[in-house]
Ligand binder design. Structure first.
Ligand code: NAD
Ligand code: DAU
Length: 351
């Protein structure tokens, strides 16, 4: 089979990246997918066990901040396209170690942009640099309103500031060097394979183990939740049909206050675990708030819906049930990553 595209996907061993890699490897046998990942605490090749031997797939272990290494792999493989997901992605970790976020999210993105640019020397026909970003770059909303593609950037955490900075560099390379790019800014993802430092998998794991559920502040913070496989589908669509130089917001049309989401999760977990209804809710513990905690995120996803015909395929209740089922059926996955370094992270974060 003749190979039509060579695509570098960064961060493909992580949560969203692994779903994107799987979708592309399975759906496009004539694309060669190279998954570049440093395998930090958040990267896990177990996430891709089912496709690791696919003929159109290769894993490259490496760090996007390693300039020489990145230049070399571009020279060797001449990737036509990059789908860039590699990042430090957890807000709480950005509060305790902001510099790590600047290194990977800003410098790492710059190094990829430079390598892509020098590989193609201005001949960008049929080439694409697709940067995956977050709605957190827009800062926080009050009780009303939605983030659109023209909302001003106003990041509040070191994580969102680093992502905002990387978005600006991608756009600047587009303007300055005609580098062909698209950017998507997505809301909170949930689903299979998410590292249990983020709200939903952390709480699922704690419920399984009868541990307290640490709700920050009063729990009245709002997020817009999207099932990860729907995000991967949107990425596929933007990769193939998105307009160069454009930004698309991706969201779930699905706002939940944290406390309401946690109560729904508790009810579903009680049912799945055959526990008395109400028993998981008793684990809810209000703890010290996250510094600089953004009150509300909510995406206006009408541009991607109207221009590219994308909408989420599952309701939140369905997606949450699929997610819970996966974690309950994959306890070895969960157990293998919740010992060692995870225990010391947990102790430091939650005491
Ligand atoms: P994740 O933390 O689960 O995975 C990140 C991956 O990047 C890991 O596999 C890790 O090993 C790899 N990585 C980290 N530093 C690296 C480096 N220096 N070099 C090479 N690889 C490195 O993250 P995620 O939740 O899957 O997020 C993926 C992307 O999507 C990020 O860019 C994030 O900002 C963005 N995003 C995430 C969400 C969300 O809700 N999770 C929402 C919107 C956007
Ligand atoms: O909006 C997109 C962003 O969503 C992504 O860019 C980030 O990579 C991703 O981590 C996520 O950021 P959040 O900070 O919104 O996700 P997190 O799961 O950490 O927290 C969700 C909400 O739950 C938030 O209001 C904080 C709260 N929370 C979180 C944790 C981990 C708690 O109340 N207790 C907790 O223990």
């Amino acid at each position: 089979m003749s190979i039509k595209k060579k695509i570098l996907i960064t961060g493909g061993a992580g949560f969203i990246g692994s779903h994107v890699v799987r979708l592309f490897v399975k759906k496009y046998p004539n694309y060669h997918i190279f998954n570049l990942d440093a395998l930090t605490y958040a990267g896990n090749l177990e996430n891709l066990k089912d496709i690791e031997d696919a003929p159109n797939y290769a894993f490259i272990k490496g760090d996007i901040t390693d300039d020489v290494f990145i230049q070399n792999i571009f020279e060797t493989h001449k990737f036509d396209s990059v789908i860039h997901l590699a990042a430090e992605s957890h807000v709480d970790r950005s509060i305790s170690d902001p510099l790590a976020f600047v290194k990977t999210n800003v410098i790492g993105t710059m190094i990829l942009l430079n390598a892509f640019r020098s590989c193609w020397q201005g001949d960008f026909q049929e080439k694409l640099f697709y940067h995956i970003s977050t709605d957190e770059v827009y800062g926080t909303l009050g009780e009303t309103g939605l983030f659109t593609e023209t909302t001003s950037y106003d990041p509040n955490s070191p994580y969102s500031a680093s992502k905002a900075s990387s978005d600006h560099f991608v756009r600047a390379y587009g303007e300055t060097y005609n580098l062909p790019y698209v950017i998507t800014n997505c809301s909170n993802n949930y689903g299979q394979n998410q590292f249990p430092e983020k709200l939903i998998p952390l709480f699922i794991n704690n419920i399984i183990n009868h541990k307290p559920l640490p709700v920050y502040g009063d729990g009245n913070y709002t997020r817009d939740w999207l099932y990860v496989k729907d995000h991967a589908i949107a990425i596929d669509l933007v990769f193939h049909k998105g307009k160069l130089g454009e930004t698309y917001n991706i969201g779930g049309f699905n706002e939940w206050k944290n406390i309401d989401l946690v109560k729904l999760l508790c009810r579903q977990m009680d049912q799945k675990l055959n526990r008395e209804i109400g028993s998981s809710e008793k684990l809810i513990t209000f703890v010290k708030d996250r510094p600089g905690h953004d009150l509300r995120y909510a995406i206006d996803a009408s541009k991607i819906k109207d221009e590219l015909g994308w909408t989420p395929s599952v309701t939140f209740e369905e997606g949450l049930e699929l997610t819970i089922n996966w974690y309950l059926n994959n306890e070895p996955w969960l157990n293998s990553i919740t010992n060692g370094a995870y225990k010391s992270y947990y102790q430091k974060q939650y005491g």
